[in-house]
Design a protein around this ligand. Structure first.
Ligand code: FAD
Ligand code: DHB
Length: 410
């Protein structure tokens, strides 16, 4: 088999890349180790930045998102028994965020690729990368464990295979610098069949630990609790979860959390991670394969989408003109934005969680920071502009919201 761009992984990064390349007339094949049902059923993120939504709309995969997504112009920060609104719309010159589940984005992108004959090989086994330092890199795999070895020759390989995939380790250790921070807490996430308890997302700092109240639809709500990362979900029967949520979300005054049956629950650990460079030879890493953020800033999926916008444009420039300049700068362009999202996600995490090793002094500093962010327009603006998403900087000082304009000459 041969293709121009071999893509490993059908997460948001791999699927959006394949979609953008198709719109630019560039051929790709996606290799995904899981089944279509599994990738379309995995519950993860839910919050899309303005730039992600704009890109989906402008590239023809935003129709259901616009119908079923929930648009939020603010968020609520809760601490010391009080609630404070951050008006994102007002502070960012009219931007919003959208709640639309990651697996719905996946369904829309898979459908868009398959409708136009796009190639996604599901259940691909033992995927491996070869000759990435040459001009003809190859991906090998098996259709199933008993079948023959298959090979795809490519011009380029996009490693969009998440944190545990084979792409990043294919970059030699001597080239790859990795930065990591492991947090001493994790998130217990639930889906519950209940009506919304609030019109906007609530991020709550409480002495018992952080809580986030989000939504999915008028019938299903998404909530998260800070827990010990080594805790087992079997230690969390539903009544314990509700008791903890009620305690951590309580405010002085009228407000009530509405309960419902819990239909899904799990615990995820939290880390910050960056791999530098994001490119080696003809291999380009995108999304979680290259970087991880703790979920507090809601940046992971959005970073994955931003990376592949840069990669799609760089590949388009190369195929249209033979100029490799943007491909060479791929890692530099992405990492500038990645480090800013790492900083924001780390700072939101630090501001909102209870740190087991914090002294009373550090707890007071944390409350002072929350007080500052909710009482100073300058501090609130900093939070808001990061939360709705920073622009891509192609050169220092040259900012652009999305490449959709370039695709469609708007
Ligand atoms: P992935 O989604 O991990 O996709 C990688 C794909 O590669 C997978 O389908 C995997 O099966 C496949 N793969 C792996 N290994 C192989 C292999 N060997 N061969 C072939 N295929 C392989 N982000 C946000 O922006 N907003 C949020 O609100 C948010 N909330 C979150 C809440 C939680 C609880 C969690 C866990 C994450 C959250 N995130 C959020 C992060 C977001 O889910 C990830 O950053 C996002 O999935 C990254 O997309 P990706 O395409 O890079 O990787
Ligand atoms: C969701 C997840 C997040 O990490 C976040 O910061 C906001 C919303 C969600 O899943 O809805």
């Amino acid at each position: 088999m041969r293709t121009q761009v071999g893509i490993i992984g059908a997460g948001p990064a791999g699927l959006m890349l394949s979609h953008l390349l198709h719109l630019q007339g560039i051929d790709s094949i996606i290799l995904e180790k899981r089944s279509r049902e599994e990738i379309e059923g995995t519950i993860r993120a839910g919050l899309l930045e303005q730039g992600t939504v704009d890109l989906m709309k402008k590239t023809g995969v935003g129709e259901r998102l616009m119908r079923e997504g929930h648009f939020h112009e603010g968020i609520e920060l809760r601490f010391n028994g009080q609630s404070h609104r951050v008006n994102l719309h007002d502070l960012t010159g009219g931007k919003k965020v959208t709640v639309y589940a990651q697996h719905e984005v996946i369904k829309d992108l898979v459908a868009a690729r398959l409708n136009v004959g796009g190639k996604i090989i599901f259940n691909a086994q033992e995927v491996s990368l070869h000759d990435i330092e040459t001009t003809e890199p190859k991906i090998q795999f098996h259709y199933d464990k008993d079948s023959e070895l298959q090979e795809i020759s490519c011009d380029y390989i996009a490693g969009c295979d998440g944190f545990h995939g084979p792409s990043r380790p294919s970059i030699p250790n001597s080239i790859r610098k990795e930065y990591q921070k492991i947090y001493p807490f994790g998130w217990l996430g639930i889906l519950t069949e209940a009506p919304p308890s609030a019109p906007e997302l609530i991020y709550a700092n409480h002495e018992r630990g952080f809580t986030l109240l989000s939504t999915r639809s008028p019938e299903v709500q998404r909530l998260y609790l800070q827990v010990n990362p080594n805790d087992d979900i079997t230690n969390w029967p539903d009544d314990r979860i509700w008791k903890e949520l009620h305690a951590r979300l309580e405010i002085n005054g009228e407000w009530k959390l509405t309960e419902g049956p819990i239909i899904q629950k799990n615990i995820v650990p939290m880390r910050s991670f960056v791999c530098d460079p994001m490119q080696y030879g003809r291999l380009f890493l995108a999304g979680d394969a290259a970087h991880i953020v703790p979920p507090t800033g809601a940046k992971g999926l959005n970073l994955a989408i931003a990376d592949v916008q840069v990669l799609a444009r760089a590949l388009d420039t190369y195929y249209a003109t033979g100029n490799e300049e943007l491909l060479k700068r791929y890692s530099t362009i992405c990492l500038r934005r990645v480090w800013k999202a790492e900083r924001f996600s780390w700072s939101m995490t630090a501001m909102l969680h209870r740190h087991p090793d914090h002294t009373p002094f550090e707890q007071q500093i944390q409350l002072a920071e929350l007080d500052y962010v909710t009482s100073s327009r300058a501090a609130a603006t900093t939070l808001a502009e990061n939360y709705v998403g920073l622009p891509i900087e192609w050169q220092a000082g040259e900012k652009e919201e999305t490449i959709a304009g370039f695709l469609y000459n708007e």
